[in-house]
Design a protein around this ligand. Sequence first.
Ligand code: PRX
Length: 632
Amino acid sequence: MMQINSFDEYQKTYKLSVEQPEEFWSGIASTFKWRKKWDKVLSWNFSEPNVKWFEGAKLNITENCLDRHLAENGDKPAIIWESNDPEKDSITLTYKILHEQVCRFANVLKKNQVKKGDRVCIYMPMVPELAVAVLACARIGAVHSVVFGGFSAKSIADRINDASCKLVITADGAYRGAKQIQLKEVIDDALIGCPSVEKVIVLTHTRTPVSMLKGRDLWFEDEIKLVDTDCPAQEMDAEDMLFILYTSGSTGKPKGVVHTVGGYMVYAGYTFSNVFNYQPEEVFFCTADIGWITGHSYIVYGPLSQGATTLMFEGVPTYPTPARLWEVVDKHKVNILYTAPTAIRSLMGFGDEPVDGADLSSLRVLGSVGEPINEEAWHWFDEHVGKKKCPIVDTWWQTETGGLMISPIAFVTPTKPSYATLPLPGVQPVLVDEQGNVIEGNGVSGNLCIKFPWPGMLRTTYGDHQRCKLTYFSTYENLYFTGDGCLRDEDGYYRITGRVDDVINVSGHRIGTAEVENAINMHAGVVESAVVGYPHEVKGQGIYAFVIFPNPHSDADLSRKDILQTVTRVIGAIAKPDKILFVSGLPKTRSGKIMRRILRKIAEGDISNLGDISTLQDPAVVEEIIEKAKQV
Ligand code: PRX
C-alpha cells in the first residue's frame, strides 16, 4: 500500500489529491483486487446527493480481506481474540482459518435463504464469530446491520424494521467486564414486533439458558456442521450496498447510514495503512466494539484488507483490574493501540501505578478517536503509555465518513495536543459561518464542512434518501455538513470543538437529545423534558435532563430511577441521563421553543452570563431551575 513517509511527501500527495482526485484515487484503488476495473472513477453532485466511485467495477470485499492473502500469508494471524476473562485462553485465527470459517458461515446464510441484497441484523458479543458473521454477509452480498450490544429490544426492533431484516445473528449472551448481557432474551423481546425476520442464528457463548423457537431459531454450532467450506464470493458492483449502520442525529429516530462496497473498501484500507503506518508483522489493537463504525473500519475491514493482524478484545479496559488493557498490550505485543479519550481518562483515574507497572515496549503508534481529547489526557497517553516515543494520531471522522478524515499521519505530521491536525489526502475541509459563507484563512473557527467527495462517504440513509439530503447536504449548498464546530489555527491545523447540533457525545457515543427526551416523555407522569449535554470528567459529555414531573414519588430518587429504567427500556443503558432535575417549567420563548442555550449554561454550572432572558414566556422559571440545580 502507498504509505506516505515524509511531510514533504504528504504535501505533494495532498496537492495531487485535490488537483487530480481521480488520478489519485485510481492509483490507490489499483492496489486492491478487482474482478473488473472501473469505467469511471467518480461522478458526483452534492445537491441530490448522488455520489458514485469506481462505477462499473466488480469485486467482492472479502476477496480483498481474505482470499488475496492466502497464498503468501495464509498462516499469518488475521484475528487474535482476547477474552473478557483473563484466565481464558486467547484464540488466533490465521487468514486460512478465517477464510474457511467465513465461507462456511456464508453457506449457512445461503442455506437459510439469505441472498444478495437481503439485510441481516447482527447483535453479538465481541467474539471472533462476530467478525465471521460480518464477513460472511459480505461474502454473499447480504447487507449487514450490526447493532451494538448496549441497545434495548425496542431500539433493535426499530432498526430491524427500518431495514426489513430477514435474518438475525445473535448469541445467548455477552460478557462485558463484571456484567452479563442476555442478548438472546433481548432479541426475543425485539422480535415480537418484527414480521420480516424469518430465522435467528444463535451462537453459544455464555451458556445461559435461552428459549429457542421452533422453526425460527437455529444454533450456530449445528448449522456450520451442515455445510461445506467452499463458497465462491458473490460478484458485487462497486456501488452495491455493503452495510447499514444506525447513528443518532439531532432529530427523530436514528438514521441508517449506507456504505457501499468499492469506495468504502478503498477508503478504510488506505487510511488504515497510511495513518497508523502499519508494518507487515505488527499487531494492531483497536479497542472499539464492532457495533460502532470504528470497529467496522478499523477492527474488520481496514486491517484485514491490508493483510494485518487485528486484535479483538471482548472485555473492558478496567476489568478485572485497571491494569487489564496494559496486560493485553503486553501479552500480545501490540504495536499500534487505537482507543478513545474516555478510556484514557478513566484509566488515568486509577493513577499511574497500573500503567507504569506494565512494559508497553512493543508500542510504536497510538491513536485516539470518537471525541475531542483534552490536553491532560493527551499528555498522559503520550508520557505513560507511549513513553514519549510513539506518535499520537488524533483521528477525526464519523459514521458517515466511513474512515479517518482529519488526522496526523504517524511519523509524518507533527502533532499538537488536542488537534486532529491536517486533512488526509483526498479530504477537502472548509469552515463556514452561520450564513454558509466559506471562511478563508487561518486563525478562524466555523462549522466544519467537506466540499469534495471521498470514496468512503455515505451514499444515502437507508429507505429515505431525502433525509440524507436534508441532514447532510441542505444546511449549506454543495457542501457536506458534519455537524461539528471546528477551529483552524494560525498553522492551518484543525481542532474539532464538538457538535454544534443537538447531539451529545457521551464516551464517544453519539446520542440525540431528542431521542432521550422522547424516551423520558414516555414515562407516565412526565409532562415534558429537555435534555442537554454538560462537561463530564470521564465521559467527555454527560446527559443532563430537566424534567417536568408534577407528582414525583415521595422519594424523588425512586422517580429518577423509574425514569432511568424507562430510558433503558426505550433506547438502552447507554442513553441513561447522568443527572435528572425535576422542575416545574422549562425556559421557553413566547413561541414555545425551549431555550436550550440557557439550560446548557445551567448544566455547565455557568450562570454568570445567561444572556437575554427577557424574551422568555416566564423568566421566573430560570430562577427556580438555577436554585434547584445547585442541589444536584
Ligand atoms: O463530534 C465528532 C466526534 O464524534 C462524532 C462522530 O461520531 P460517530 O459517528 O459515532 O463516530 C465516532 C467514531 C469515528 C463527530 O461528529 N469525533 C470523532 N472523532 C473525533 C471527534 N471529535 C473530536 N476529535 C476526534 N478525533
